[in-house]
Design a protein around this ligand. Structure first.
Ligand code: NAG
Ligand code: ZN
Length: 403
């Protein structure tokens, strides 16, 4: 009886974890320990993460391939535990004269080592990497080179803590049985994906057919790619617990409305993290733009009628939960030549990187696993301001380890 019960238990009782409330609060100490987004990564001409993306990258062109190689190279050299893949499609466009244009979506995934693929629920952090074909030479710094670099930073910022957390769970026997019921530890089946979509922009003018080329193909493919029998998640699309889409970020003083009532809880976590990071003096932009970016009170559940067409649409249409981080109104530089590196507000760019990393850490339950990093000696003026907290991080907190 007992062994039989044990055998049937995970199969007969689908103990779905609470899919939409993955969250652990982070202490002030942990927020302070998250790495400083630095000029080494974000300088517009030399920054390791951002500068390679600040080139025209129209689908099917050499610039597009260069940026893809940049992503591939970044994960291969800096984040080897992440599994990278591409999903390809082709389509004719209103300007291609019948020629098939290739679209390449890139994604990198990190899942708990014990979890079968069909049992993982992921936070999927999304930005589009293509740039608009007109005006000629358009860079699209906010649209969406900065969001791409911000997501690379976030992945890097949490990577070691995630290794520590999962090793800790394994040692303590909290890793579950691989079947995905979590044994009461649903974060044993929580993973993360960085997704860079191609072909978001229209080639001629925005229609349902001339836009979102990569996103439409990917949502369709993932919906029709089933997991193995008895998986908790029926297909690749249902592995997405939250589709967090960043777009048009990097200009000063954005305001981000809450677009979807069902993900207002996640919006609220963003808002809380933003205000805490400001209060704790981890934000660089507060002197120039003191108003909160996430400004809606926690109780607000009112529907926004604003429906912005963006990469989330094909996923939303299939029932995926979406948090859309896009300013309304759009930045002043939207779709004009001035949307380039020189017109970015660098304190704001770095603050987005820090905030996104903090959100990811909260989602993944990394409280207690973020270790102090050594202060980065890159001579940036903004980093120099932070010497005091850097020293505290460098000495006192380093002594404490969680394992
Ligand atoms: C998709 O296209 C890219 C660029 O041509 C190529 O490197 C990659 O191998 C392709 N991926 C698949 C899954 O075929
Ligand atoms: Zn655009």
């Amino acid at each position: 009886m007992a062994p039989l019960f044990h055998l049937l238990f995970p199969i007969l009782l689908p103990l779905f974890p609470t899919l939409t409330t993955a969250w652990t609060d982070l202490s002030d100490e942990t927020l302070a320990r998250l790495p400083n987004p630095s000029d080494t990564d974000f300088d517009i001409t030399t920054g390791a993460l951002l500068s390679p993306i600040l080139i025209p990258r129209v689908p099917g062109t050499e610039g597009s391939l260069k940026v893809l190689n940049h992503f591939q190279n970044f994960f291969a050299t800096k984040l080897p535990y992440w599994k990278t893949s591409t999903q390809n499609s082709t389509a004719t466009t209103p300007t291609s004269n019948g020629a098939e244009i290739p679209f390449v979506n890139f994604y990198a995934t990190r899942d708990p080592p014990w979890a079968g693929e069909g049992n993982v629920g992921r936070l999927v952090l999304v930005a589009h990497y293509d740039s608009k074909s007109t005006p000629e030479g358009f860079i699209g710094a906010t649209d969406s080179a900065v969001p791409c670099a911000v997501l690379m930073h976030a992945a890097q910022a949490v990577d070691e803590a995630l290794t520590r957390k999962w090793e800790n769970m394994r040692v303590k026997g909290l890793a579950g049985d691989g079947l995905g019921d979590g044994d009461g530890h649903e974060d044993a089946y929580r993973g993360v994906m960085i997704l860079f979509l191609d072909g978001e922009e229209a080639f001629h003018s925005w229609t349902n057919e001339d836009s979102l080329y990569g996103a439409r193909s990917l949502a369709n493919t993932w919906e029709s790619t089933p997991h193995t029998a008895l998986s908790q998640r029926k297909n690749h699309l249902s592995s997405i617990d939250l589709f967090l889409l960043l777009d048009l970020l990097g200009s000063k003083s954005p305001t981000i409305p809450s677009y979807f009532p069902t993900t207002h809880w996640a919006y609220t976590h963003m808002a809380t993290l933003e205000s805490r990071l400001r209060q704790l003096n981890h934000f660089l932009s507060h002197k120039t733009s003191p108003n909160p970016w996430f400004f809606e009170p926690a109780t607000k559940e009112e529907k926004h009628s604003m429906m912005i067409q963006d990469d989330h649409i094909p996923f939303l249409a299939r029932g995926v939960e979406v948090l859309h981080v896009i300013p309304a109104p759009f930045p002043r530089v939207w779709h004009v030549m001035e949307d380039d590196g020189e017109h970015l507000d660098m304190p704001t760019v770095k603050d987005w990187a820090r905030l996104t990393a903090a959100f990811l850490a909260g989602w993944l339950g990394l409280e207690g696993f973020v270790e102090a990093s050594l202060p980065v000696a890159n001579g940036g003026a903004e980093e120099a301001e932070d010497v005091t907290s850097g020293a505290v991080r460098g000495r006192g907190l380093r002594l404490k380890t969680e394992l």
